[in-house]
Design a protein around this ligand. Structure first.
Ligand code: ADP
Length: 259
C-alpha cells in the first residue's frame, strides 16, 4: 500500500563536484519501521540523509516522502531531524531547555512569531515524553551530553513528526545511559508510532534494537530485517569497512562526567 510508505528512493545517485558518494540507491521505509543506517566513515550516510531532507538535489533518481516528491513536499512538520552535533552546547550557551524545544516550532513554519500558551504546553509535553520536564528551566549548556540529546529529540517531537531521523545520536551519551536512550527510541517507535531512521557506527547495538538495517558504502550492501543482517559474517563486514569489524562489538558511547 502506498499509504504505508514513509520514504521511497528510486535509483538515486549524488556527486559533490566529481566524486560520486551515493550510487544507485533504491530503498523503501514503511510506517512503523525502525531502521539502523550503518556504513564506514565517508560511506555517504550523511549525504543520503541530506538527500532525504531535500537539502541536496540528486544527480539522478527520485525521492518521495509520504508519497510526494521531496522537491514539492510541504509537510515538513511530519519530519523530525536530530543532528549529530546537537548535544554539544557548552555551558555558556544562554538558552533554557524550554526555549530550545520551542525553537522546533519556528523551524517548521519558517516564520518568526511570538510563542503562545499552546506552544509552551506542546513543548512541555515533548519534554515529558523524553522524561526531561523537570529540567525545563535549566540552561541547556549545564546538561550532560545524554540529557542534551533528549532535549533535542523533544525539539524534534514538538511538531508531532511521523518520521524521525537521528544522525549518530549516541555520540556524547555516557555508556551507562545508552540503554536508557534506546528505551526512549523504542517508546517513540512502539507507543507513539513514529518511524525511525538512525545512523549509527555501533553495528552490534543498532542491530539489537532496530527492526531493519541499511548498510551502505556509496551503494547499498544490505537492506532488510536486522536478524538477516546478523547473518553477515565478520569477514564480509570487514571487507566492506576496509578494516576488522565484528557484528557484536559493543561500543557503548563515551563517558561524560555530568551523566
Ligand atoms: P558519512 O556520513 O558516511 O561519514 P558523508 O556523507 O559525510 O559520509 O561523506 C561521503 C563522502 O562525501 C566523503 O568522501 C566526504 O568527504 C564527501 N563529502 C561530504 N560532504 C561534502 C561536501 N560538502 N563537499 C564535498 N565532498 C563532501
Amino acid at each position: 500500500m502506498t499509504d504505508n510508505k514513509v520514504l521511497e528512493m528510486d535509483n538515486v545517485s549524488f556527486k559533490y563536484e566529481k566524486e560520486t558518494v551515493v550510487k544507485d540507491v533504491s530503498l523503501t521505509i514503511e510506517a512503523g519501521q525502525f531502521f539502523g543506517l550503518v556504513g564506514p566513515n565517508g560511506s555517504g550516510k550523511s549525504t543520503l540523509i541530506k538527500l532525504m531532507l531535500g537539502l541536496l538535489k540528486p544527480t539522478k533518481g527520485s525521492i518521495k516522502l509520504f508519497g510526494s516528491p521531496v522537491r514539492s513536499f510541504k509537510h515538513w512538520e511530519e519530519i523530525g531531524f536530530v543532528s549529530q552535533k546537537a548535544n554539544s552546547f557548552n555551558s555558556g550557551f544562554p538558552a533554557t531547555v524550554l526555549e530550545v524545544v520551542k525553537t522546533g516550532l519556528i523551524s517548521k513554519t519558517g516564520l518568526f512569531r511570538f510563542y503562545n500558551k499552546n506552544d509552551r504546553e506542546k513543548a512541555m509535553q515533548a519534554l515529558k515524553t523524553v522524561e526531561m520536564e523537570d529540567y525545563f528551566n535549566h540552561n541547556i549548556g549545564e546538561l550532560s551530553g545524554g540529557q542534551q540529546q533528549r532535549v533535542f529529540i523533544a525539539r524534534a517531537l514538538v511538531s508531532d513528526p511521523k518520521f524521525l531521523i537521528l544522525d549518530e545520536p549516541t555520540v556524547g551519551v555516557d555508556a551507562k545511559h545508552v540503554a536508557d536512550f534506546y528505551q526512549l527510541l523504542h517508546k517513540l517507535n512502539r507507543n507513539e508510532g513514529i518511524t525511525l531512521l538512525m545512523v549509527s557506527h555501533d553495528i552490534g547495538t543498532i542491530t539489537e534494537h532496530a527492526s531493519h538495517v541499511l548498510c551502505m558504502n556509496k551503494t547499498i550492501h544490505f537492506h532488510g530485517e536486522s536478524h538477516e543482517y546478523k547473518a553477515f559474517s565478520n569477514e564480509d563486514l570487514s571487507r566492506l569497512y576496509g578494516h576488522p569489524v565484528q557484528q557484536l562489538t559493543h561500543n557503548h558511547g563515551e563517558v561524560d562526567p555530568r551523566d
